[in-house]
Design a protein around this ligand. Structure first.
Ligand code: FRU
Length: 614
């Protein structure tokens, strides 16, 4: 008897569509029901281009190889029109029978409606996926994925002169999905090389954020100097898993004994480090909905003992606690060492959505205790006073006692809506984290851009030793080379003025207004008219930082890339990261005072050089 699906099913051969020409026999499309389609392919070493329409829901795609379910992924297959394509790599299945079983998210009554989906006509097999940049807003000196969605930085480590950066990646679209560890590496923390994905979704789920460390003592028995990654496996629940690399982080084997930690509540983003004093691994894990961090120890990364928890009722509690980090740092200018616990939270950040809070305190190998302020309270402290620095964590095994960190340069409020499609999101400029004491003896963290960025300085376009600003604004032309990317630095002496304004603008009337308010000792950034802002009601915003100055003088370093502005004030005592999407690069910096007279000294504008040519 003939299968009724077969009878119902209309078999279309992509071959018949003229557009497919030579691909004739390669893709066979069989509609089995209005929401169920088989794409049959003969395994080859080609890339199958999947047509994506961002505004539709995800289709579920089961990859069936020689009759066996190999894996499942999700993609927003085009219904009415194709926005862009993403590659599905056929090369692992060469000479095999491949069926991509597509379960459509669209409810429809008839097979005919299913046949009309734009995706079927736009499927294509190619030898190589074209990753040439198509985005005007792609940064020139910040890391981005070649294509697809990116969120948190993951599992960063340094080994043999190379900085490795992994990241939460969706290889099949530019919105969050299919969490995979993408991989890039760099010799200078600025210029990045892309590598194939390092850890893929597997039997225990998709691969959420985590950390890596070099097992120098071979504590786990995976081999001396093996790179061990620990990440959250996410399926119906979140558990913690290991993966091991024997080729310096290029490829990872999933540890067969996974998961190594299971809990009965949401916990994620394990961050581990070796404690040489106790000869144990320490792990800090975000107990996301409980707003606390769990601290475990282990002799071998496989058996973990819960030692303590930190955070109940402390700091900002408005959202989920995620992506922790714990590190010991020297307090600058003292012999004192303190521990810093980083706690990313979303929402509940200082300007809505995502934010990075941190606690300063002590850690005895098992328990973290936060310092209290003069009133006996644990103060809430923020690491960045913009809207677009999140999930920031540090590199492990960095040389020369360095502690570079990097964040995801976006905000969950609108990350999926920003005006790019080929890729979504960049990382922040890597920076060095330091501790300092303010005038009241309270310890805070500063962020200072890594020194490697200085090597990008090109032409010194502006070099003004001193100038006084009163009634009329002083206009300064910004360099036009390389899409206007530049570094601006200056010292502001407000003298008798109350407010000093720095305005970036262009001929399209886009403007960013930055204001130093002397009396309040604040620096603010207004991006309400900065360019394209209407993709989200949460994007137009004013963000404000305390200046942490030791006098009224304010020093600034401002880094402008194609779609971001990062400000480091008073030697990084405050940092402010904000995205901007100007219609054309900002071409003028205009400095003015509200009343009175201010003095600007050492105003320098370097145009930045980059290897990128787009
Ligand atoms: C933070 C986060 C993490 C999680 C990851 C998933 O941005 O929610 O807690 O591991 O993103 O992509």
């Amino acid at each position: 008897m003939m299968n009724s699906n077969l009878l119902k099913g209309l078999t279309l051969f992509a071959a018949s569509a003229a557009a497919f020409g030579a691909m004739a026999q390669d893709i066979r499309i069989e509609h089995l029901s209005p929401s169920h389609t088989y794409l049959r392919l003969n395994g080859s070493d080609k890339q199958l281009l999947l047509p994506i329409q961002e505004s539709v829901d995800d289709a579920k795609i089961n990859v069936i190889v020689d009759g066996k379910l190999e894996r499942t992924f999700y993609a927003r297959l085009a219904k009415n029109k194709t926005d862009f394509t993403v590659p599905f790599d056929m090369s692992p299945y060469k000479d095999k029978n491949v069926i991509l079983e597509v379960v459509s998210p669209h409810s429809r009554a008839t097979l005919r409606e299913a046949q009309d989906d734009a995706a079927w006509g736009d499927l294509k097999l190619v030898d190589k996926f074209d990753t040439t940049n198509r985005e005007k807003y792609r940064p020139m000196f910040h890391h981005t994925p070649q294509y697809g969605w990116m969120n948190d930085p993951n599992g960063m480590f340094y080994k043999d002169g190379v900085w490795h950066l992994y990241y939460q990646w969706n290889p099949y679209g530019s919105k969050w999905q299919n969490m995979t560890w993408g991989h890039s590496s760099s010799k200078d923390l600025i210029n990045w090389e892309h590598h194939p994905a390092a850890i893929l979704p597997n039997g225990l789920g998709t691969v959420f954020s985590g950390s890596s460390a070099i097992d120098k003592e071979n504590s786990a028995g995976f081999g001396k100097d093996a790179v061990v990654a620990m990440y959250t496996s996410c399926s119906d629940n979140q558990t913690q898993s290991l993966a091991v690399s024997h080729d310096n982080g290029e490829t990872f084997d999933i540890y067969p004994g996974n998961p190594v930690i299971t809990l009965d509540s949401e916990a994620r983003d394990p961050n581990m480090f070796w404690n040489p004093e106790t000869k144990q691994w320490v792990l800090i894990l975000a107990h996301a909905l409980d707003h606390e961090m769990l601290i475990f120890t282990s002799p071998d990364m496989k058996e973990w003992t819960l030692q303590s928890s930190f955070g109940k009722g402390l700091g900002a509690q408005g959202g989920v606690w995620e992506c922790p980090d714990l590190m010991e740092l020297e307090v600058e200018g003292t012999n004192e060492k303190k521990w810093m616990l980083i706690c990313n939270l979303n929402p509940g950040g200082p300007f809505g959505g995502s934010g990075i809070q941190y606690f300063i305190g002590d850690f005895d190998g098992k328990k973290f205790t936060a310092d209290t302020d003069a009133n006996g309270n644990v103060p809430t402290k923020w690491l960045d006073f913009g809207k677009d620095n999140y999930a920031l964590v540090s590199w492990s095994d960095a040389p020369d006692g360095r502690r570079p960190v990097v964040g995801w340069m976006s905000n969950w409020q609108y990350a999926a809506d920003v005006p790019t499609t080929q890729y979504r999101s960049a990382n922040t400029l890597p920076s060095e984290i330091k501790l300092f004491k303010d005038d009241n003896g309270e310890i805070y963290a500063s962020l200072v851009p890594v020194k490697e960025i200085d090597a990008m300085r090109g032409n010194l376009a502006v070099n003004l030793k001193k100038c006084s600003i009163s009634g009329k604004p002083r206009n300064i032309d910004l360099p036009a080379a390389n899409k206007g990317i530049c570094e601006i630095s200056m010292t502001i002496n407000p003298k008798n003025s109350q407010e000093v304004n720095l305005v970036l603008s262009n001929k399209r009337k886009d403007q960013v207004v930055m204001t130093y308010n002397v009396e309040n000792a604040t620096f603010s950034f207004n991006r309400e008219k900065s360019g394209i802002t209407d993709f989200s009601k949460d994007f137009p915003a004013v963000t404000t930082a305390p200046t942490f100055g030791t006098s009224d003088l304010l020093t600034l370093r401002i880094f402008i890339d194609t779609s971001s502005i990062e400000i480091f004030g008073n030697d990084g005592r405050f940092a402010m990261t904000n995205l901007v999407f100007p219609n054309e690069p900002y071409s003028t910096l205009s400095i003015s005072v509200q009343k009175g007279k201010a003095e600007i000294s050492n105003l320098k504008v370097y145009s930045l050089k980059t290897n990128k040519s787009f």
